[in-house]
Design a protein around this ligand. Structure first.
Ligand code: KIV
Ligand code: ZN
Length: 515
């Protein structure tokens, strides 16, 4: 079978960020973008620059550092949006502008209050404007999945003539089903006279749980770009999940006539990074990246797999990055061993100071936990990076009393802007008491929207990784902390979230500003 290239367009940093609670800071977006580049994603949609100053800066920061993937920014079909994207992508090695306008009757009448001809004209003008910045221009007729075929054909033909090089067909509300969506792509490609001048792409939402199936049906009918996100993150029920699309295509090369250039061994790394940063846990039975995706419980299955792995496994766990969790270091390991283990995990530090800071944390951890695994090292490095972001509040010490029949009490000493203060509170449990004592001093008024704990490795001496989501005046922030003591991990996560709230760059949800 001939194999075409299927372009993987990742929109975790744009559509993924539109999930309520999934907002990311500029530094977090850069970290995820670097992991996507390493995985060889073709296009990274980094954000929606007109939405806010914060998102403009995040897209710019990603465009400044990513060299091996194309970096894309989203814009409505408006001059001010396109100028803003052009500015954000100024230093990108391979910039792409993605512009969109809705074409379905309901969106044109109720949302845009525009006649179809005016929509077509605005689409064409936007594509021409975008071509003034780059010859890599993508156009999306928003809500294409509910648009009229004749009108869709007219718009697409006109924007290809105007210079669009990728035509993306979004099922914006996740309304389509596989046979019908596949046929839509086939019809468009057959009916539009200049369809061979552009790559056809799809962008499917998961409202009916069919985003991946719809995307794959489109690929079988000629689409050669798929828009997707890590862990299926995205607006409402999410987008098509990148790992499921990529592994379906790779595993079923007997039926697909295309493949991606992705390094699939990086999938788990990206999945963990996105889940850690956003606080969106991955369900255990999630395909490819869920904790049980390669676990065999029943005796018959275990017996079969021991005799021949392929009896019950269609993919190899290591091909998607599920390495056996190796014990890599212990309390006697030195700096060189530490540095070399991080190198094996492709973790690099920008400065000697960052390495020293991480090494000091490693020594502290190794005193409490004798065997340090790959996952512990990853968490430790994420924590060092989080700490460097902003440091108005620092935890100095924490004392918690919890006893059956007694009311839990926590006393925390924090340094606030360099000055040490302490406070004591009681609560319904040790974590509640700790958060109350922190809040007594910080007085942020933020509302706790999510508190989640995950163990990083197995065993009772494992580190707990905590996410704390705070909301203040419509801003939603995720803080993270890790420690072998989950109350301390919780305090670290709360303090991290407070520091993020203090940073003006994180003040508004990057994509929820009034545009
Ligand atoms: O779902 C959608 O229609 C989108 C477009 C902006 C492509 O996200
Ligand atoms: Zn979308």
């Amino acid at each position: 079978m001939s194999t075409d290239n299927l372009i993987i367009f990742d929109t975790t940093l744009r559509d993924g960020e539109q999930s309520p609670g999934a907002s990311m800071t500029k530094d977090e977006k850069v970290r995820i973008a670097k992991a996507l580049e390493k995985m060889k994603v073709d296009v990274i949609e980094a954000g929606f620059p007109i939405a806010s100053q914060g998102d403009f800066e995040a897209v710019k920061a990603v465009a400044d550092v990513i060299k091996d993937s194309s970096v894309c920014g989203l814009s409505r079909a408006l001059e001010k949006d396109i100028n803003r994207v052009g500015e954000a992508l100024k230093n990108a090695a391979n910039p792409r502008i993605h512009t969109f306008i809705a074409t379905s009757p309901i969106h044109m009448q109720m949302k845009l209050r525009m006649e179809p001809d005016a929509v077509l004209e605005q689409a064409v003008n936007a594509v021409k404007m975008a071509r003034g910045f780059t010859n890599n221009v993508e156009f999306s007729p928003e809500d294409a999945g509910r648009s009229e075929l004749d009108f869709l054909c007219r718009v697409i033909e006109a924007v290809i003539d105007a210079g669009a090089t990728t035509i993306n067909i979004p099922d914006t509300v996740g309304y389509n089903v596989p046979d019908q969506f596949g046929l839509l792509i086939k019809n468009l490609m057959e009916r539009i006279p200049n369809s061979d001048k552009a790559v056809f792409s799809v962008h499917c939402h998961n409202d009916l749980g069919m985003a991946v199936a719809n995307s794959l049906a489109a690929v079988q009918n000629g689409a050669r770009q798929v828009e997707c996100t890590i862990n299926g993150l995205g607006e409402r029920a999410g987008n098509a999940s990148l790992e499921e699309i990529v592994m379906a295509i790779r595993t079923r090369q007997d039926i697909f006539t295309c493949d991606t250039r992705l390094d699939t061994t990086q999938i788990m790394n990206c999945s963990r990074l996105v889940s850690g940063i956003t606080g969106f846990a991955v369900q255990p039975n999630k395909a490819i990246v869920g904790a049980n995706a390669f676990a065999h419980e029943s005796g018959i299955h275990q017996d079969g797999v021991l005799k021949n792995r392929e009896t019950y496994e269609i993919m190899r766990a290591q091909d998607v990055g599920w390495a056996d969790n190796r014990i890599v270091l212990g309390k006697h390991s030195g700096r060189n061993a530490f540095r070399s283990c991080l190198k094996d995990l492709d973790i690099e530090f920008e400065s000697e100071e960052e390495l020293n800071d991480a090494f000091a944390r490693f020594k502290e951890l190794a005193d409490k936990k004798h065997e340090i695994y790959d996952e512990d090292l990853r968490a430790l490095v994420s924590e060092s990076e989080a700490q460097l972001e902003s440091e108005l509040y620092k935890m100095v010490s924490l004392k918690v009393c919890s006893e059956t029949g007694e009311i839990p009490e926590a006393t925390i000493v924090m340094s606030i802007d360099g000055k040490e203060e302490s406070s004591t509170s009681t609560g319904s449990g040790p974590v509640d008491a700790t958060f109350k004592s922190i809040e007594k001093m910080a007085n942020s008024g933020a509302e706790l929207k999510l508190y989640s704990v995950n163990n990083i490795t197995t065993g009772t001496d494992s580190q707990g990784e905590v996410t704390v989501r705070l909301e203040l005046d419509g801003r939603i922030i995720n803080g993270q902390g890790a420690d072998t003591d989950i109350v301390i991990a919780s305090a670290k996560a709360y303090i991290h979230a407070l520091n993020l709230l203090e940073n003006p760059a994180n003040r508004a949800h990057p994509q929820h500003a009034d545009v």
